[in-house]
Design a protein around this ligand. Structure first.
Ligand SMILES: [Mg+2]
Length: 320
């Protein structure tokens, strides 16, 4: 990654107007004469004719706060271990009880009136997103933070294909997935990584110590159906084959695409705490922290701070 990218021309309304461009025409110089010609003169001439050095944008001194938290902090590690411990405990207990219904919403269900796919005698499974759910994309996020660029589709595709050596498991994931498999629960991955990179993604999952993933059997990817990054179609396919007793993810779309139906930020948040949905968190649906990217990172002041919960520093007359 280079930090030598040229700055855009500072023109237009935001750039303070067009700046004069320094002339690149060489300054007339006296002819070189035998003994008076020196190396210093050559260097001086080369310097005078060379293009102006491009401004170098240094990498940030530290990663963004969200990356410090997710990839560096003990707090995030503890939160993840906590989520996986709850998930494994819940799933192993549920496996013994043999539930009548899965935790995958049935077609036509709503968040207000959830209904779930019945289990029948299907084998048990737990379904996980991959990125920032069971696997930390340490290498890519390092690249992202150092370059200062926003998400780049081509760079991400290259990362999917070549990044297996620079991933880590999410804390708690390796032990939890092993516990599930030992209890007879099949571990299935449902990720928006590309189907074209299926083999490399299976390799990354294995490299992180998360076990085997077989495309079309225990690994489902974007491109497997015509629903793009929506996961409900793949979830329905999985729930048609398995009794899904746990879902794990770092985005609400890892549980239902209904959360991503375009509702305002506050309504989306409220949907997670309505009684019928609130009952699922920690009891079938398990969330991992991700303050780095994703559908949770949006909203203006009016979305995030309700009008009746605002405070300002008191003026002198209001201090008592
Ligand atoms: Mg994810």
């Amino acid at each position: 990654m280079s930090f030598l990218a040229p700055l855009p021309f500072r023109g237009g309304a935001g750039g303070g107007g067009a700046q004069p461009v320094p002339s690149m025409a060489p300054t007339p110089t006296p002819p070189l004469k035998g003994r008076g010609f020196s190396l210093c003169m050559v260097l001086a001439l080369l310097s005078a004719c060379a293009p102006s050095p491009q401004t170098v944008t240094p990498p940030p001194a530290n990663p963004p706060a969200g990356m410090q938290y997710l990839y560096g902090s003990g707090e995030a590690a503890a939160l993840s271990v906590q989520a996986f411990a709850m998930l494994a405990s819940h799933a192993t207990a549920t496996a013994k009880a043999r539930p009548a219904q899965s935790v995958v919403l049935a077609s036509g269900a709503s968040l207000d009136q959830p209904r779930f796919v019945p289990c029948g005698d299907k084998p048990l499974a737990a379904v996980f997103d991959v990125d920032e759910t069971v696997l930390l994309n340490i290498g890519y996020e390092y690249h992202d933070a150092r370059s200062g660029k926003s998400y780049d589709e081509a760079a991400w595709d290259a990362w999917e294909r070549t990044g297996a050596g620079a991933v880590s498991p999410v804390p708690g994931a390796v032990a939890a997935l092993a516990q599930l498999r030992a209890a007879g629960v099949t571990v299935v991955f449902n990720t928006n990584r590309s189907a074209a990179n299926a083999a490399a993604t299976a390799q990354a999952i294995s490299a992180a110590g998360l076990g085997q993933a077989v495309h079309g059997q225990t690994l489902f990817l974007k491109g497997d159906d015509a629903m793009g990054s929506g996961k409900d179609g793949r979830r329905a396919t999985i729930a048609g084959r398995y009794c899904v007793i746990a879902l794990g993810g770092d985005q609400l779309g890892d549980f239902s695409d209904l959360f991503n139906a375009g509702q305002p930020v506050a309504a989306r948040r409220a949907a997670t705490t309505t009684p019928s949905i609130a009952a699922l968190w920690g009891r079938g649906w398990f969330v991992l922290p991700n303050p780095v990217y994703g559908s949770g990172l949006k909203g203006g002041f009016d979305d995030v701070f309700p009008m009746d919960r605002r405070w300002a520093l008191p003026t002198d007359g209001e201090k008592n």
